[in-house]
Write a protein that binds this ligand. Structure first.
Ligand code: BES
Ligand code: ZN
Ligand code: ZN
Length: 504
């Protein structure tokens, strides 16, 4: 979708559809809405008076050939209560507009921002909302209708003097949303079309195009590095594992500057291994690489937005299969860090591959770590499909990420990292075991397991098992992989860099 700025007077805009929005319980119009109402001979006022137009969140009212306007359609989207409205609502609203119009074969839209939203952040949210909404995964449909998408969009409302703000938000929004869509594409791929080798190829192609350094380790190199935890998961499959490392280095790199490490779980299919999962819903486990996809997607945006800190993504990738060579419950493995692990349940494989990913990120010099993983069903029980579960070992760093989540419109909820839970992962035979022995708290014991490998490096774990996949279509986006965490991670990297200092 091509996106431009349109600073012409409203009534002169010749779009196929002009989009505006309206709060609940407005009594009188001002600004752009007043202008549109006047130009259309009071149509909006009349619709409000009749009760058809209420401004309720995401209500859509479509007017065809509105008199007095050059646009062929005027779409009015409800913005809900004014005091509850922020960039997150604006992003969704812009998305809902795009999906409403694209289902009606509209190809060109102009989105008119309200006075309050004419900032860089406002433009960014609108553009993100539109690009994310325009995404549909039709790749494997043989009867897909060609071009069922919005081809061109414009932002209106900004004046010539505020053009620079709008342009900044537009370009940021575009690169971030396109990167999130890249992560969604990967997440939607079936496991036969995205093995660890194929994921590595796609990540490497992206990195080369974006101007990032990339390295892919094959099973021989992984063995040489003694990544025994990753290898133990991969040994049950005929598909070999990969370790993907993507590095962004800023032009001016101060010695001793902090380095952000992004470690993502990329199990391209999780059968559970010998501790096999039930058949019901197992097909969804193709999404078990969404943590890795989020990191790869974030790197794509980071390459374009150029934060001032170095960022390294480390993505261990494997299948988790119950083949003849598969590891078995009770097996003991040695991780790269040297710690021994008793594998009680082969379905708790994400934490195994992350253990080696975290150890390697530290070896590469990362001073701060964030991992993202579809790690536990328990986080879905705790937080449903709304909030990412956040575990942090360093409050200052965690607060920065939570602030980025807010800014990016991705909901996150902190859960405890507490040494009392460590008891639950003590093993009788090895240093630790890969599942908690007590009842409940499965998302927490998983985090405690990961923490064992972080040492004193500030670290945040994002359990995205509940948020990386959407079962149903929403008014503002398609169902399937969500690309969650990409926006927050990019925001974090930008701020982490711009401070010129670490979180501490
Ligand atoms: N990929 C799953 C997490 C998952 C499970 C996501 C169910 C969505 C729904 C992970 O590898 C896993 O299987 N975790 C186990 C851990 C358990 C064996 C301690 C789980 O959560 O059931
Ligand atoms: Zn599993
Ligand atoms: Zn898994």
């Amino acid at each position: 979708m091509e996106i431009t700025l349109d600073t012409r007077p409203l009534v002169k805009i010749e779009a196929e559809a002009l989009v505006t929005y309206l709060f609940e319980e407005v009594k009188s119009f001002s600004g752009a809405l007043a202008e549109l109402d006047a130009a259309t001979g009071g149509t909006l006022s009349k619709l409000i008076a009749s009760g058809e137009l209420t401004g309720k969140m995401l209500e859509t009212t479509l007017l065809h050939y509105p008199q007095g306007l050059a646009a062929q359609r005027l779409l009015v989207v409800g913005a809900g209560k004014k005091d509850k409205f922020g960039t997150a609502e604006l992003r969704r609203l812009a998305g809902a507009a795009v999906r409403t119009l694209k289902s009606r074969q509209v190809k060109r839209v102009t989105f008119l921002a309200s006075e309050n939203d004419r900032s860089a952040a406002g433009a960014q949210a609108i553009v993100e909302g539109m690009i994310l909404a325009n995404f549909d995964s039709e790749k494997y449909k043989t009867d897909k209708k060609p071009g069922n998408e919005i081809m061109a969009a414009a932002l209106a409302g900004w004046s010539e003097s505020s053009r620079a703000e709008a342009a900044l938000g537009l370009s940021r929004g575009r690169v971030i949303a396109e990167s999130q869509n890249f992560a969604r594409e990967l997440g939607n791929e079936p496991s036969n079309r995205l093995t660890p080798r194929m994921l590595a190829d796609r990540a490497a192609a992206m990195a080369r195009e974006a101007g990032l350094a990339v390295e892919v380790f094959d099973e021989a190199k992984i063995a040489e590095l003694k990544m025994g935890a990753l290898l133990s998961v991969a040994q049950g499959s005929v598909e070999p594992p990969r370790m993907i490392i993507i590095t962004y280095t800023p032009e001016k790199l101060n010695p001793g500057a902090p380095v952000l490490g992004l470690v993502g779980k990329a199990i391209t299919f999780d059968t559970g291994g010998i501790s096999i999962k039930p058949a019901n819903d197992m097909e969804k486990m193709k999404y078990d690489m969404c943590g890795g996809a989020a990191m790869i997607g974030a790197m794509r945006a980071i390459a374009a937005l150029k934060p001032s800190c170095k960022v390294i993504a480390v993505v261990p990738s494997s299948e988790n299969m119950p083949g003849g060579r598969a590891q078995k419950p009770g097996d003991v493995q040695f991780s790269m860090a040297g710690k021994s692990i008793e594998v009680i349940n082969t379905d708790a494989e994400g934490r195994l591959i992350l253990a080696d990913g975290i150890a390697y990120a530290k070896q590469l010099g990362c001073t701060h770590l964030v991992d993202a993983a579809t790690l536990t069903g328990a986080v879905v029980v705790a937080l449903g499909n709304v909030n990412i579960g956040v575990f942090g070992s360093d409050q200052t760093f965690t607060d920065q990420l939570l602030a980025s989540g807010k800014a990016a419109g991705e909901k996150m909820w902190p859960l405890p990292v507490d040494d009392d839970y460590r008891e639950n992962i003590k093993s009788g035979i090895a240093d630790i075991q890969n599942v908690g022995s007590g009842k409940g708290g499965g998302a927490i014991t998983a985090a405690m397991f990961l923490k064992e490998f972080t040492g004193d490096t500030p670290w945040i774990h994002l359990d995205i098992a509940g948020t990386a996949w959407q079962d149903d279509v929403k008014p503002w986006n398609a169902k399937g992989a969500t690309g969650v965490a990409v926006r927050s991670l990019v925001d974090l990297a930008m701020k982490f860099g711009s401070n010129g200092s670490s979180a501490k």
